[in-house]
Design a protein around this ligand. Structure first.
Ligand SMILES: C[S@@+](CC[C@H](N)C(=O)[O-])C[C@H]1O[C@@H](n2cnc3c(N)ncnc32)[C@H](O)[C@@H]1O
Length: 240
C-alpha cells in the first residue's frame, strides 16, 4: 500500500503521467467488424442470416456490399426488410445458410437453443460472426445484477457463450475491450462526459430509470474494463 507520505512526495515532484496516455492507441472502431466480415471472403449469391437485426441497417449494408441473398430476423423488427423471428427457432431450412451475423444480441438469448438452431441451418463450412459484450472480473456482483435486470441480459460470461458453441469450430476470438468506445470518443461520435453528467443528474434528481441508467453506464463500463465487447468467428465442421 502506498503511504500518504510516499503519495505526496510523489505528487510534490509534479510527475507527468506516462506520455503514451495522451496519444491514440489506434483503436478499432465499429467499421472494423465489416472489414473482418469482408476478410472472411463472402461470395456473391451466398446466404446471410442476420439474427437480431433490429432495423436491418447492417443486413442491408452487408447484402449490398457483397451481393448476398438473405434474411434479417428480430423478435421486435423495426425495419421494412426485417421479419419477426428469433434465434431459438429459425424459419430456415437445414444446411442452407453460409453466414450468420449475430451483432450485439447473444446477451439476450437462450444460448443452447440458439446455437443448436444456428448449427442446424448452417451449411458445412458456414460461419457465424458474433459480437457480444461480456463481463470481466472487474464487474462487481451488484453491478452485474442491476445491469442484467435493467437491460435483459441473460448471458454475460465467455464460458457460457463458448460452451454453447462448443460443437462449432472456433476460428477467431478478438477481445475488443474498450476499443470501439475509444474510437468513438476520438472521432467525436460518443460523448463520455455527457453520459457521466447524465448519470450524476439522474442520481441527484432521484430519477429511477434502470433502463436509462444502464444504457448510459454501458459505454462507461467498457471504458473501465468491466465489460469486454468480444468478437467470435465460428464455423460449422462437416461433423457438426
Ligand atoms: C442491441 S440490439 C442489436 C441490433 C443490431 N444487431 C445491431 O447490432 O445494431 C439487440 C437486438 O437483439 C434482438 N433480440 C433479442 N432477443 C432475441 C432473440 N432471442 N433472437 C434474435 N434476436 C433477439 C432485440 O430485439 C434487438 O433488436
Amino acid at each position: 500500500m502506498t503511504t500518504a507520505r510516499e503519495l505526496y512526495e510523489h505528487w510534490a515532484g509534479e510527475p507527468e503521467h506516462d506520455a503514451r496516455l495522451g496519444e491514440s492507441l489506434d483503436p478499432r472502431g465499429t467499421e472494423w467488424l465489416f472489414e473482418l466480415f469482408a476478410s472472411l471472403g463472402p461470395k456473391p449469391g451466398e446466404f446471410l442470416l442476420d439474427v437480431g437485426a433490429r432495423d436491418g441497417k447492417h443486413f442491408k449494408r452487408l447484402v449490398e456490399a457483397h451481393e448476398l441473398r438473405g434474411l434479417a430476423l428480430d423478435p421486435v423488427p423495426t425495419g421494412p426488410d426485417v421479419i419477426e423471428g428469433a434465434i431459438e427457432s429459425l424459419p430456415v431450412e437445414d444446411a442452407s445458410v453460409d453466414w450468420i451475423w449475430a451483432r450485439d444480441m447473444l446477451v439476450h438469448v437462450d444460448l443452447e437453443r440458439g446455437f443448436s438452431e444456428c448449427t442446424r441451418v448452417l451449411k458445412p463450412g458456414g460461419r457465424i460472426v458474433a459480437y457480444v459484450t461480456l463481463a470481466t472480473d472487474l464487474l462487481e456482483p451488484r453491478e452485474r445484477a442491476w445491469l442484467s435486470e435493467a437491460v435483459a441480459l441473460v448471458n454475460l460470461d465467455a464460458e457460457q457463450v463458448e460452451a454453447a458453441a462448443s460443437t462449432l469450430e472456433l476460428e477467431q476470438k478478438i477481445e475488443l475491450g474498450s476499443e470501439w468506445r475509444e474510437r468513438m470518443i476520438e472521432n467525436g461520435e460518443w460523448d463520455a462526459n455527457d453520459a457521466l453528467l447524465r448519470i450524476a443528474r439522474m442520481r441527484r434528481l432521484g430519477i429511477d430509470s434502470p433502463v436509462d441508467g444502464a444504457d448510459l453506464a454501458w459505454g462507461i463500463y467498457q471504458m473501465l474494463g468491466k465489460l469486454c465487447p468480444t468478437v467470435y468467428v465460428w464455423s460449422k465442421t462437416s461433423s457438426a
